[in-house]
Design a protein around this ligand. Sequence first.
Ligand code: SF4
Length: 248
Amino acid sequence: MIKSNLGYFSKIEPFGTVDGPGVRTVFFLAGCPLRCLYCHNPETWAYQNGNSLTGDEVLKMVKRYQSYYGKDGGVTFSGGEPLAQSEFLIETCSLLRSNGIHVALDTSGVGNPLYHEKVLNQVDLVIYDLKAADSDLYRRITSQPIDPTEVFLSTLQRVGTPIWIRQVIVPKINDTPENLEATAQKIATLKNVVKVELLPYHTMGKAKYDKLHIAYPLEDTPAMDLELCKRLNESLILRIEEIRNTNR
Ligand code: SF4
């Protein structure tokens, strides 16, 4: 956990369109405790790596882009794992929202639990990366135990922030009926889910590993078939509805 009123960023995307609703400025914060097999941003793993900004500087930058956000857009904090910089997030998100800017947090839910509620009180939307519902598969994918993200999820449920759920689907690792059923069962228990999205694994991150001299963990795994991923997404959404209707 970095204690600072400075935020460390690996990248800033002024006009992103995939990390939350509308046009958004996306701040990719530096530092991540996970090592997902499919991570395509290994350059974001190191803490305090990259440029730093204060909350006021973030606001100043965002104000330049604000007229492009329209009624749906805003700012997204992604990573890395933004919860690694929770103190900075609390201060900066509060500043942005008091200036009428919609704030989304794209997170795997791994950080110091002491800050979770305070962070969540300052964001309008959580884009939650559900790595896996099953603890063994979670560890296989991330190299870490599932418990920290479960703690975050329970706070998220208590606070009641709207949630987009995302999961990267990798051939032969989690494109299985078992994972999709476990994922459906998990999501069906969650409140405030407004969107569920399966993202196809791609191999575009490999060049970054080569550049950083890190062995690429999915050397022999092909990219996920886009059409198949779309069909799995549709089936997942139907299955979640089915489970919810049965439990009603
Ligand atoms: S949580 Fe995100 S940044 Fe961290 S290793 Fe996983 S995919 Fe990469």
